[in-house]
Design a protein around this ligand. Structure first.
Ligand code: ZN
Length: 141
């Protein structure tokens, strides 16, 4: 399976999805990301041509599945860091993002979760939620 690199397609907003319907997409994201190896920290629906709000993260040993994630709160501290994207191989863009976020989402068991993240995983989550909104790293240039 090729990662979606079509900018026009990636700019489409993803739709919310019922947990039951998200299961197949979750499995496909896990499968595709596992084939990518260490450089792939996360993948979302639109990157496999499924324009639904599903994210799978495998960042520094922590695996998180998010269905219909919503960022409830941003911390005040912001950090600038070069960010890559599997849809734009070899491209890195310095992006300033809040270090801390609180996110509400449905997890891999179908439970509603509210959790706070900081550091790299917080950045990865913000990057993936941008994807769901049709926002790409090139839009930050
Ligand atoms: Zn990306």
């Amino acid at each position: 399976m090729e990662i979606n690199k079509n900018v026009k397609s990636l700019k489409n907003k993803s739709k919310k999805i019922k947990f039951e319907d998200a299961k197949a997409i979750i499995h496909e994201l896990q499968r595709v990301l596992s084939h990518i190896g260490k450089r792939g920290l996360a993948l979302c629906g639109p990157q496999i041509n499924e324009h639904h709000c599903v994210i799978f993260i495998n960042c520094m040993g922590k695996k998180v599945t998010m269905v219909n994630p919503v960022i409830l709160n941003y911390g005040k501290e912001k950090i600038k860091y070069p960010e890559g994207c599997l849809s734009f191989p070899g491209k890195f863009i310095e992006i300033t993002r809040p270090d801390k976020i609180t996110v509400e989402y449905i997890d891999y068991k179908g439970d509603e979760i509210k959790d706070t993240f900081t550091g790299l995983i917080s950045r990865v989550i913000q990057h993936e939620i941008d994807h769901l909104d049709g926002k790409l790293i090139i839009d930050h240039e």
